[in-house]
Design a protein around this ligand. Structure first.
Ligand code: ADA
Length: 568
């Protein structure tokens, strides 16, 4: 996997990234003609990871495609294949056998192949990028849903007894951390075994535990220890602790940072101190790479965020790559992480669909499991702009928020509402995000003032008057390079004006604790001639970026930088 640090010293891992065989299957013949047994000979090559919609002839291709690569095993070995991200439906075949199906492009999944014979093995993946009314996202969302294997594929060789997971929890009292490490150890052996489990972190060795494992079974154990004089992770102070667990011949390394997050009397507290959040929404997308965003550019995006004066970024609108979160951890930048639930045009049928809810809950599960240790993540986002005036939204909110809280009590739960004045789900969340576009979709920028007063009334009525409020989206489109003498719609000047006025209104309002501008950089949008959506998206881009898609700053960038860097 692409991380900024190694996760194993003992366990053998290798990447399967590189050139794979690739063929599109617009008529969906591949399953009936068993392409997973006899791959078509007229396939072409494609780099993994990448998005096929960045290749010639496939710019607008939505549908099925097949990928093939090979890997060698030198001896009878246990192989785990980890797929970091495949958009959106993936069927995995090894040596002609169907091993599993996964839906959801932004979270990782894996396949286990115990006791694989020595030799060369064929890995084939059927990828289907088709979305519909019951998928997350649905087939209507304001970004381009590229298809492909968008993140790395890794092969791991597991010993017969291996560490499946490690979960780090802690309780802080002053500068002391009481830590518990939950470790799951699995056996693939056909005989019973005994294994010693050791763990350590900076300055602390946990007392070793010996576990007895029955053949083919798994066991969970908890190691506890106390660390004194800890240095807390904070904004701009990225103190990180690396944890290493070893069980017999296997190991697993992960990292976290110690900090507390809470809300109190309308404020968000990090390590007990009030936070004022300044940030942007960011899609992990680039016109040349789509969602297969290269590490080098992530580092540059982060440098730009820092230059802008941000202390938070919203991972709109899906779980972002782990490399990005590692960087945020390492630079003391906060993150709002969410699942791809984009509801602006979503029907109540979708909100009420059991399949949709099941998929959402699974995505939340995969996101939180994968990203639990990142200290940068302050919020889990449950949904964006669904119709929160309806009972369907209310029921779904209960499910999603319940799921999040059952997995993680150490972070705040939030969402973005586009119906702040009539919203009926406010009380379920710790922090409220409002998305509103005065100066763009609705009236003048001054409209924010009335909207906010009406929102406060609604919040009081819902018993949510003391919840911290973030302006989670606002902005206007500005086409890069389009400047004039007057601030005309779509010009850089107009966009800069809207954002500047809005920020002044928000910064004067003591009940608002943060602003997230829509958005960091322009993104490609799914504009089709036969559909009514997003027809105002010039160039087929959402042009509300402070930067254009190649990360060139617009006027609004410089204005925001001045504001974000000035005292409120
Ligand atoms: C919404 C949505 C964004 C984007 C924005 C816009 O708030 O959450 O993804 O579509 O509007 O540009 O209209």
């Amino acid at each position: 996997m692409i991380r900024t640090f190694g996760q194993h010293i003992l366990r053998k891992t290798r990447t399967l990234d590189g050139l794979w065989d690739f063929v599109t299957d617009p008529s969906n013949l591949g399953t009936t003609e068993e392409w997973y047994k006899k791959f078509p000979s007229d396939s072409r090559k494609l780099v993994v990871p990448s998005c096929w919609n960045n290749e010639l002839g496939l710019f607008e291709y939505i549908g099925v495609a097949w990928y093939r690569t090979y890997f060698d095993t030198t001896q009878d070995s246990n192989i785990r294949l980890i797929f970091e991200g495949i958009l959106h439906h993936a069927d995995i075949y090894v040596d002609g056998q169907h091993l599993g199906y996964h839906f959801g492009g932004y979270t990782q999944f894996s396949t286990l192949l115990p006791h694989l014979a020595q030799g060369q093995h064929e890995l084939i993946i059927r990828v289907d990028s088709t979305l519909d009314w019951q998928t997350l996202p649905t087939d209507v969302a304001d970004w381009y849903s590229y298809g492909g294997i968008i993140r790395s594929v890794e092969l791991q060789e597991l010993p017969d007894v291996y560490i499946d997971t490690m979960k780090i929890d802690y309780h802080l009292t002053g500068d002391q951390a009481d830590i518990s490490l939950q470790v799951q150890v699995n056996s693939l052996s056909d005989t019973d075994s005994e294994v010693e489990v050791n763990a350590s972190t900076n300055g602390l060795v946990f007392p070793a535990v010996t576990v007895q494992l029955l053949a083919g079974q798994s066991t969970q154990l908890t190691l506890r220890g106390t660390l004194a004089n800890i240095r807390r992770w904070d904004v701009g102070r990225p103190e990180l602790y690396t944890f290493t667990v070893q069980a017999g011949e296997d190991d697993l390394i992960d990292r976290t940072g110690f900090r507390t997050v809470a809300v109190d009397n309308g404020q968000i507290l990090l390590n007990g101190n009030k936070l004022y959040l300044q940030g942007v929404n960011r899609h992990e997308e680039h016109p040349e790479w789509g969602f297969a965003f290269p590490p080098k550019l992530m580092l540059k995006d982060l440098a730009i965020l820092q230059d802008l004066g941000c202390n938070i970024v919203r991972g709109s609108h899906y779980p972002q790559s782990q490399f990005w979160m590692d960087l945020l951890d390492e630079h003391g930048m906060l993150l709002w992480s969410e699942i791809p639930m984009w509801g602006c045009f979503m029907s109540t049928d979708t909100l009420a669909s059991p399949l949709f809810a099941e998929r959402g809950v699974k995505m939340l599960d995969e996101m939180i499991t994968r990203d639990y240790h990142h200290p940068s993540i302050i919020f889990w986002g449950a949904h964006n702009e669904i119709d929160t005036r309806t009972t369907e939204a209310l029921e779904l909110t209960k499910k999603f928020v319940g799921k999040i809280r059952s997995m993680d009590e150490s972070r705040l739960v939030t969402y973005a509402t586009m119906h702040p004045v009539e919203d009926i789900v406010l009380s379920y969340f710790d922090v409220i995000g409002i998305n509103k576009y005065y100066g763009w979709y609705e009236g003048n920028v001054s409209g924010f003032r009335d909207m906010l007063q009406n929102y406060y009334r609604n919040a009081e009525a819902q018993g949510a008057g003391d919840k911290p409020l973030i302006m989670s989206e606002f902005g206007a489109a500005g086409i890069f390079g389009d400047a004039g003498w007057e601030p005309r719609l779509f010009s850089e000047d107009y966009q800069a004006d809207v954002v500047q006025q809005a920020l002044h209104i928000f910064r004067e309002d003591p009940r608002i604790v943060g602003t997230l501008i829509w958005h960091f950089a322009d993104i490609r949008v799914d504009v089709r001639s036969d559909r009514p959506y997003f027809r105002d998206r010039a160039r087929s881009f959402n042009n509300k970026g402070l930067l254009n898609e190649y990360r060139k700053p617009k006027l609004a960038y410089r204005i925001v930088k001045d504001i974000y860097r000035s005292k409120r």
